[in-house]
Design a protein around this ligand. Structure first.
Ligand SMILES: [Zn+2]
Length: 69
């Protein structure tokens, strides 16, 4: 599973979609997959799978605890 971030086509900024998905299934068919409010455009618009990147859930849930000594 992975976190979904999608690029706003108007501003080029990436936004967290708040979704946890399987990248293989998600990218099976291209096109718009969600309609959400965009804070960069200050309006609601569709978001496309082609503009989407994935963040591994592991790196999100596991904070770095290394300490220099
Ligand atoms: Zn936007």
């Amino acid at each position: 599973m992975a976190q979904v971030i999608t690029k706003c086509r108007l501003t080029g900024h990436y936004m967290f979609m708040g979704m946890d998905i399987d990248p293989k299934e998600f990218t099976g068919s291209p096109g718009p997959f969600a309609r959400k409010y965009c804070p960069f455009c200050a309006c609601e618009h569709v978001w496309y799978k082609e503009d989407t990147k994935f963040l591994a859930a592991k790196s999100v849930t596991r904070p770095k605890v290394q300490q220099a000594s």
